[in-house]
Design a binder for this molecule. Structure first.
Ligand code: PGA
Ligand code: ZN
Length: 422
C-alpha cells in the first residue's frame, strides 16, 4: 500500500481565539497524519466564500463526516489539486455555501499536512520544495481599532510595523515584541483610563485617536530602531470597507461621529502616508472602489505598498480586474477567503504574474494551528501578517522560529521591495 493513501477523515468542532466555533479536521494516511483548523474573520470581505452552510457548523460537520470522508478515503493525499477539485464538486456552488469554506479549508490543509507527514517532510518543504529557504518578515499589529476593538478605539483597524532591518526571523519577532511593549507603556501615559486591554489580534485597544496611535507607533519605532540599530517601518490596515456606508457614499468615523467623502479619504490616506512615513497601507478604500485604488497607487505606489485584502479576497478573478486597473502593488493571501490551498495557490500565481507582492495572513479569529507559517515559506511570501501578541499569534511566530532553525545554514531573509527598503 502506498504510504500517502488516505485511510480516514474526521471533523470536530473546536473554538477560535474569539470563542467562535470552528472546524478541525484530521486526516490519517497509511504512514502519516494531518490536523488543521479554519480561522475566521470579523471584517470579512463581501467576496469571500461562505464559512458555514445554512445549517451552521453542525451541518458542516455532518457533511464532512458522512459525505466527504467516504469520498476522500482511498485517494492519494499528494493529489492536492484532485482533492480540492473534489471539494468543489461535492459543494456544487461557486462560493462553498453548501459545504462551507471553513470545512473546505480545514480538509484541504489537513490533507496537505498528512501528505507531508507521510513523506517525512515539514509542510513548508512539501509545499515549496528544496529552494523554499527564504524567511518572511513579520508584519506586526501593535495598536487595534475598527471592528477588532471597542467603540472608543481608533477608526483605523490596525497600526502595523515591519522590522525590515532584522537579520533573522527570531530577531524580527523580538523587535515586534519590543515595540509592542514600548507602545503599551506610552499609551498608559496618554490614556489614563487604559487598563492594558487588547483587541482581537492582541494589539492594544485604547481610547486614543488615529493620529495619537500613529504618533505613538512612530515614536516607539524610531526609539527602538535607534536603540538596536535595526530599521523598523510603519504601516496600517484601514479596513475601509468596515467604515464605508454605501447608502450615504461616505466613510464613517465612529470615534468622532463624523463622515469623510471618498475624496477626503483618499487625501487623508496620502497625507497620513507622508506624515508618518507609512510604507504599507492595506484596504485604504472600500472593497468595490478599484478606481480609487488606482488613483492612490498611481500617487504613492512608488513609495508605499498599496495592499488589497477585502479588495481581492484571494480571488483570481478580482485579482485580474485589479491588475488591469493597476489598483494595487501588494495582496493579502488568506486561504480561508477562498476555501482551499489550490485556490489560494492559483490566486497567488495570478497575483505574482502581475507583480503584486504577496502577504500571507492570519484572520482576527485564529486557532493554534500555524499552517500559514509553513505556507509563507513554502509559497515564498516576503511578509507574514500574524499579529504580535497572544497565544494563537505567537504560535505562528514560534513555528517560523522552528522553521528557521530547521533551515540552519541555507536560510536567508526574503528580498523586500524598494517601498520597504528605501
Ligand atoms: P479579519 O481582519 O480577519 O477580521 O477580516 C483582518 C484584516 O482585515 O486584515
Ligand atoms: Zn485587512
Amino acid at each position: 500500500m502506498v504510504e500517502t493513501i488516505i485511510e480516514d477523515v474526521y471533523a470536530r468542532k473546536i473554538y477560535d481565539s474569539r470563542g467562535g466555533p470552528t472546524i478541525e479536521v484530521e486526516v490519517v494516511t497509511v504512514d502519516g497524519f494531518g490536523r488543521a483548523s479554519a480561522p475566521a474573520g470579523a471584517s470579512t470581505g463581501t467576496h469571500e466564500v461562505v464559512p458555514f452552510p445554512k445549517g451552521g457548523i453542525d451541518e458542516a460537520l455532518r457533511l464532512v463526516n458522512e459525505v466527504v470522508a467516504e469520498k476522500l478515503i482511498g485517494m492519494d493525499s499528494t493529489d492536492q489539486v484532485a482533492v480540492d477539485d473534489l471539494l468543489h464538486e461535492i459543494d456544487g456552488t461557486d462560493n462553498f455555501s453548501r459545504l462551507g469554506g471553513a470545512a473546505a479549508l480545514a480538509i484541504s490543509v489537513a490533507v496537505a499536512k498528512a501528505a507531508a507527514s507521510s513523506l517525512g517532510l515539514p509542510l513548508f518543504q512539501y509545499v515549496g520544495g528544496v529552494f523554499a529557504t527564504e524567511m518572511p518578515f513579520p508584519l506586526g499589529n501593535v495598536v487595534g481599532g475598527g471592528r477588532h476593538a471597542g467603540e472608543r478605539a481608533p477608526n483605523v483597524q490596525e497600526f502595523l510595523i515591519i522590522p525590515v532591518g532584522a537579520k533573522s526571523y527570531e530577531e524580527a519577532v523580538e523587535l515586534c515584541i519590543k515595540v509592542h511593549r514600548e507602545v503599551g507603556k506610552m499609551i498608559s501615559k496618554l490614556d489614563k483610563s487604559f487598563a492594558g486591554g487588547k483587541g482581537d489580534e492582541g494589539a492594544w485597544a485604547a481610547n486614543i485617536s488615529d493620529e495619537e496611535a500613529f504618533q505613538v507607533l512612530s515614536e516607539a519605532c524610531h526609539s527602538t530602531s535607534h536603540e538596536v540599530g535595526r530599521k523598523i517601518v510603519l504601516g496600517a490596515d484601514f479596513a475601509a470597507s468596515s467604515m464605508w456606508v454605501p447608502e450615504e457614499g461616505s466613510y464613517y468615523l465612529r470615534r468622532e461621529g463624523r463622515k469623510r467623502t471618498r475624496e477626503e479619504q483618499i487625501n487623508y490616506v496620502i497625507e497620513a502616508a507622508e506624515r508618518y512615513d507609512l510604507r504599507y497601507i492595506e484596504d485604504p478604500l472600500h472593497e468595490e472602489d478599484f478606481e480609487g485604488y488606482s488613483l492612490l497607487t498611481k500617487a504613492i505606489g512608488h513609495r508605499v505598498l498599496v495592499c488589497g485584502d477585502d479588495l481581492f479576497t484571494t480571488n483570481a478573478a478580482r485579482i485580474k480586474k485589479g491588475l488591469e486597473l493597476r489598483a494595487a502593488n501588494a495582496i493579502i493571501i488568506k486561504p480561508n477567503q477562498v476555501g482551499t490551498l489550490t485556490d489560494a495557490y492559483r490566486a497567488l500565481r495570478v497575483a505574482r504574474a502581475g507583480g503584486l507582492m504577496p502577504v500571507m495572513s492570519h484572520r482576527s479569529g485564529e486557532t493554534e494551528d500555524a499552517f500559514i507559517s509553513h505556507l509563507a515559506v513554502g509559497l515564498r511570501c516576503p511578509l507574514i501578517k500574524a499579529g504580535v501578541m497572544g497565544g494563537e499569534r505567537i504560535a505562528k511566530h514560534n513555528e517560523l522560529i522552528r522553521i528557521e532553525e530547521m533551515l540552519e545554514n541555507v536560510k536567508c531573509m526574503a528580498e523586500l521591495p524598494p517601498q520597504l527598503t528605501r
